[in-house]
Design a binder for this molecule. Structure first.
Ligand code: UD1
Length: 419
């Protein structure tokens, strides 16, 4: 089994460029299936979840070319088939194929999505939106059957906010020849990227704080679109900069996507400058307790909670994080304890003691961001640590080892299966 071997405590300096956003690309790729024309996506990260999605496209007989970071998609020869492939179960974002493909396939069977285990991760809001827009849904032996009908509501109001369900609703709504409004929608940056691309493809979409309005369908056409930088990878390098940086320069960061993290840096007086998508950051001795609550955008992203937990272990005082999105995103805590971390969990609250001396250890990540938090702490601790969970980590980080080595950090992959 492969694992990371990390010699921690080394300063990180030099320049690093953040890769394209995993979660944006995972939504934009299915979005490309809303036209039979060619769609070109630039800045697509070469990570596992994207390759899973490409496998699905190939099974659907879609022409796909992935050269460097440019993905070209043309789906004029799409075949009708059910989406019960194994790959559908391997990542969460396979749910975007429901909304994107129903207008072409009219009826299809699908398997529920996979993804990291963070407690129950229902797709009820996705199903709710599709049902409201006229899709008949049945569930038998672990497989959903979707049938598109004409009996739809023009008005859809989500009972709770979900990014994935908002995007899925958009993907289906633009394919209908009706005017549809969506209320109580998610305002995560990825939602607006999908809207932007749909508009470039010719969709008539407008929105304000409260509502998205999709006008009657217009023939969607091909486009070329640049994927935004990955805000979670950016957050990872920013926190590494705050704990280990010496003139660490990070390119391709959109500050407005990460205001909640910048607020924490300011609260802790972290030494950084930001201008035109580039940040320069230095290791800073902060000694202030912080309290952070995860939540839907613009609140602090849950995906960064495990990384912030690890970072706060390096900041003296006692900190509090409230995990408000996922009921079970805590698997990193027991692993962090293996390196001497003093952390208490009470319900959804994580209490972190940043005063404790940490030592190198063997740790195992059980999901993508949990593994990232262990890699983070290992980079910060003197001595050699081992971190398992590469198979999760590779779902979301592109060329991470190469990037760290270039900055002066020391880590490698050991064990079987070295790529
Ligand atoms: C997406 C991201 C994930 C991120 C999460 C929260 C992708 C592929 N994944 O996941 O990395 O952690 O947003 O920012 O982009 N919920 C329901 N019913 C649903 C859907 C969601 O109750 O039908 C709940 C979830 O359990 C969770 C919350 O709503 O508590 C957020 O879900 P959502 O934003 O949809 O997250 P995901 O699409 O799962």
């Amino acid at each position: 089994m492969r694992s990371f071997c990390i010699e921690g405590g080394h300063t990180l300096s030099g320049e690093v460029t953040i890769s394209g956003s995993k979660n944006a690309a995972l939504a934009l790729i299915p979005c490309s299936l809303l036209t039979k024309d060619k769609v070109v996506l630039r800045g697509v990260p070469r990570i596992k979840d994207i390759f899973q999605q490409i496998e699905i496209l190939k099974k659907l007989n879609v022409d796909v070319k992935f050269v460097d970071h440019t993905l070209t998609i043309k789906s004029n020869k799409l075949i009708k088939c059910d989406l019960t492939f194994e790959e559908m179960k391997h990542f969460r974002a396979s749910y975007y194929f429901y909304g994107a493909l129903l207008w072409r396939l009219k009826d299809m069977k699908v398997v529920p999505p996979g993804g990291c285990k963070l407690g129950t991760r229902p797709i009820d809001l996705h199903l709710f939106a599709l049902k409201e827009m006229g899709v008949n849904i049945s569930f038998c032996d672990g497989i959903y059957e979707f049938k598109a009908t004409e009996t739809l509501n023009n008005y859809l109001r989500f009972p709770r906010i979900s990014m994935g369900a908002t995007i899925n609703a958009l993907l289906y709504a633009v394919s209908l020849n009706k005017t549809i409004t969506i209320e109580n929608y998610s305002k995560e940056p990825e939602v607006f990227e999908v809207i932007k691309m749909l508009q470039m493809m010719g969709a008539k979409i407008s929105y304000n704080e409260d509502v998205i309005l999709i006008d009657e369908r217009h023939q969607l056409k091909g486009t070329t679109f640049n994927v935004i930088g990955d805000r979670i990878e950016a957050g990872t390098f920013i926190l590494l900069g705050a704990s280990l940086g010496k003139d660490l320069t990070i390119h391709h960061i959109e500050k407005k996507h990460l205001e909640s993290l910048f607020d924490i840096l300011d609260e802790l007086n972290v030494d950084y400058q930001y201008e035109k998508e580039t940040m320069r950051i230095n290791k800073t001795k902060s000694i202030k307790p912080v309290t952070v609550e995860t939540g839907p955008y613009p609140s602090f992203p849950s995906d960064l909670q495990p990384l912030l937990t690890s970072y706060l272990l390096t900041v003296p005082r006692i900190h509090l994080i409230k995990e408000m999105i996922y009921e079970d995103r805590f698997s990193h805590l027991a692993e962090l304890e293996k390196c001497g971390a003093v952390i208490k969990r009470i319900n959804h609250n994580i209490i972190i003691n940043g005063d404790n001396e940490l030592h190198h250890a063997k740790m195992e990540g059980k999901d993508l961001r949990a593994t990232a938090s262990l890699v983070f702490i290992a980079l910060n601790i003197n001595g050699i640590s081992e971190v398992k969970g590469i198979e999760y980590f590779e779902r979301g980080y592109e060329d991470f080892v190469e990037k760290i080595l270039k900055l002066g950090g020391k880590m490698s992959i050991v064990g079987d299966d070295v790529k």
